[in-house]
Structures are given as structure tokens and as C-alpha cells.
Design a protein around this ligand. Structure first.
Ligand code: FE
Length: 339
């Protein structure tokens, strides 16, 4: 009850302070936590006169909040760091389709919903990171090969509560089916260097600390470590290499950070405009240069670090198709004891 009152007060505060120079506004619920995003929202306001009111929380909290607020919700856009949460939000009736030819022209169809309820605006490759001295990259191959006993006690990966791992498991399920994906999960858990703990960055640090030799992580975390203001983090990054799995098969699993328009959006036009803005060259380049994410627009030039990692074959199974596997992915995590 106290939570509900808190939400109502927050909603009133949001609306009361929300008139931009033009009186236009757009209310954004975001599960991302990057300076780039706030800088871009400020640029958007400068260009259009539309004020951006930002509320940040994790994706699950934002989805719960949208659901509780219902028709009273001030939210126009929801931004998440994972396709799975947008699929879920759509299933819960919390989104409505965008209307923009431009979005469809820029974003490859496998990185957006088949009925326009959401679109990716950056891509994140979930790769295998390895210790350069303890592992020869020629020993690495696919996600499937992580089940090999040679990795016993050497694999680091975060908890199955993490959305990146849930969407990855959904992609494994889509590729292998339930039985093989379950077997894979069993063997992967058996090969773990420790019980899952920490975030992606912590897995890389655990490689450097000698806890394990390889880790499943998103590439941009390596970019953040390479460019860290902390010398120890740069030292961690210097010890590891990046392997893109499944290059001889379906390709590396690529998730998105994406956005959808809230079902009860009051500023629908402005919401559309902000999505388009996030897909323009300026924003796409900034996501790559500062966050080391991959631009979803295939025509954007990559910064040097991303080029150093190299081009790779990505799994192009449309992400919206992973929705049908997300529940089963959770069942597998439970079955195999991936904490
Ligand atoms: Fe992340």
C-alpha cells in the first residue's frame, strides 16, 4: 500500500515538472544506466523542444510499475537492456506498436518485433572471454562445446536470474531443443569454476584472479574495462581475449537494448520521434564509441576497439521468436541447478 502511494506521488511529481520549452514532453522509463543516454536525451530536447522526463530502475521493476499504474501510467516509452523483457512487456499488454517507416528501414527485422511493438537500438554480443596465457583460442569453439569435460572447473558465468543468460538459454533452446539444451545446461553447471555470483565484469575479474579460465560475458564490458579510469581494471582487460562462438554454425548470440511505446502513452508522436532519434547516426555512433555496444544500424562505422575485436557472424534467428522459449529456459535453469 505504501508502495502504491509512493508511486502515485512519483507520478504526480513527474507530470508537474514536465513542461518543456515547447510544452511538449516524453516520459521515459529506462532500465539502462549510461551517461550517453542522458546526453542524447538532452540533445533531443535541444533539437525538438520536447522535454525528456527520465525514470530509471531495473527492467522488472519498470514492468511491474507500468502494470500497477495501468491507464494512469505517465510512461510513454520503456527502454530495457534485453529483448526478453520487451517480449514479456508486450505479452502483458503493456506496449503498443510504433508507427515509423524509418525505424523499419534502419533496424534489421531480426532485431525488432514482428508487429512493431518494440525495436532494438543497440546490439550486445554474448561471447566467450578467455585468459590469453592459460587458454589457446583455438581450443574454443561454440557455446555447445563449453559442455566438454576439458573445461571442468574453468567456466565463469553469472546467475540464471540475469536476463542476458535467460535470453541466451532461450536461443540455445531454439537451436537445440529441450533435451539437448537441458543436457548442455547440466554439463555447463558441472564445468563451472564457482557458484554464479557477481555481474559480467566480475566474471572477467575472476579470470584475472585465477578463479577460472573462461567466462560468458557481453563484449561491451570488456570495452568498459579496457577504458576504465581504474588501472587494475585495465590490467584485468589486458589479460583476456574475446572469442565469438558458433562461427561455423548459427553464429554468436546477439541480444539488444531496445525500446517500446507504452500502451497508455499520452505523448505517442513524441515517443515515436525519440525512438527515431536513437537510431540516427549521431546516437548510434555514440553508443558504440562510449558504451562499446554494437550499433543496430548496419551502416554505422565501428570505433577502433570494436574493429580490433573483429567482425563476426551473428545468430539471426529473429529475437521476437525467443519469447516462446523464455519460460522453458527458466525450467532448465531450475532442473540443472544453475543458480
Ligand atoms: Fe549490461
Amino acid at each position: 500500500m505504501r508502495y502504491t502511494i509512493h508511486l502515485i506521488i512519483a507520478a504526480i511529481a513527474l507530470v508537474a515538472t514536465s513542461c518543456g520549452p515547447s510544452g511538449e514532453e516524453v516520459n521515459v522509463y529506462s532500465g539502462r544506466h549510461y551517461r550517453t543516454d542522458e546526453a542524447l536525451f538532452a540533445e533531443f530536447t535541444q533539437q525538438t523542444g520536447i522535454r525528456v522526463n527520465l525514470i530509471k530502475a531495473n527492467s522488472d521493476q519498470l514492468i511491474n510499475r507500468l502494470q500497477m499504474e495501468g491507464e494512469r501510467s505517465p510512461a510513454d516509452l520503456i527502454i530495457t537492456a534485453d529483448a526478453g523483457r520487451l517480449i514479456l512487456a508486450r505479452e502483458m499488454g503493456l506496449l503498443q506498436p510504433f508507427e515509423s517507416q524509418k525505424i523499419k528501414e534502419i533496424v534489421p527485422s531480426h532485431y525488432r518485433d514482428d508487429q512493431d511493438f518494440w525495436t532494438g537500438f543497440t546490439k550486445r554480443a554474448r561471447v566467450i572471454v578467455y585468459h590469453k596465457e592459460r587458454v589457446n583460442p583455438s581450443e574454443l569453439d561454440s557455446y555447445e562445446q563449453l559442455a566438454d569435460p576439458k573445461w571442468n572447473g574453468r567456466i565463469l558465468v553469472r546467475s540464471s536470474q540475469n536476463h542476458y543468460n535467460q535470453t541466451l538459454m532461450a536461443s540455445i533452446l531454439a537451436a537445440l531443443g529441450t533435451d539437448s539444451a537441458t543436457q548442455w545446461g547440466h554439463k555447463l553447471v558441472a564445468n563451472m569454476a564457482q557458484t554464479p555470483r557477481g555481474n559480467d565484469r566480475d566474471q572477467v575479474k575472476a579470470i584475472a584472479a585465477g578463479v577460472g579460465d573462461i567466462a560468458i560475458v557481453n563484449t561491451y564490458y570488456i570495452g568498459l574495462l579496457v577504458n576504465s579510469s581504474n588501472a587494475e581494471e585495465r590490467e584485468v582487460a589486458a589479460q583476456v581475449g574475446i572469442h565469438f562462438p558458433n562461427q561455423n554454425g548459427r553464429g554468436t548470440h546477439v541480444n539488444i537494448s531496445g525500446v517500446g511505446i507504452a500502451a497508455n502513452a499520452r505523448n505517442y508522436e513524441n515517443a515515436n520521434k525519440l525512438i527515431e532519434f536513437l537510431l540516427e547516426n549521431r546516437a548510434q555512433s555514440l553508443f558504440a564509441e562510449e558504451n562499446f555496444e554494437y550499433p543496430v544500424n548496419p551502416n554505422i562505422e565501428w570505433p577502433a576497439l570494436l574493429n580490433d575485436w573483429g567482425t563476426f557472424k551473428a545468430d539471426t534467428l529473429p529475437l521476437h521468436k525467443l519469447g516462446q522459449h523464455l519460460h522453458q529456459a527458466m525450467v532448465i535453469f531450475n532442473t540443472v541447478g544453475w543458480e
